[in-house]
Write a protein that binds this ligand. Sequence first.
Ligand SMILES: [Zn+2]
Length: 153
Amino acid sequence: MWLVRDWTWAMAHRLTGGYQGPCSNLHGHTYKCQMSIAGTKYNPHGMLMDFKDIKEHFQGWIDLYLDHAVIVDLQDSALLAFLTQEHSKYYVLGACNTTAENIAKHLFKIFDCELAAHFPGLKLGPLAVYETEHNRAVCFDSDVGTAPPGFGV
Ligand SMILES: [Zn+2]
């Protein structure tokens, strides 16, 4: 059985490291995260996991750290200095470009640890980060097996 939940948040970024293109300018997206959880054991209420717990643990993390924030490459010192000076909300992704691929990998790691810590027996399935309605990066652990419909993997 799969549980799938998706939600959106607003976030700004820019691509650095010599990237040439419009995305090298600071700009924003309404990002969407679509996450899936796989399991075989149900609680007495007939649930793999309560959707309200998914909202609290995973959407809550994004709301706290990423919503209405600027996501920054650690190597983008000019942007970091500006955001610090302006007391803006920002999140350092790491020493890597803030692509949908890197954001999806990062969220997958965090959500996988969170799920293992609080909900043993459940596995994180594919996790997609949509940068636009048409473009998404999907991260998954091949141990989970076949993806639920809609992920396109
Ligand atoms: Zn962008």
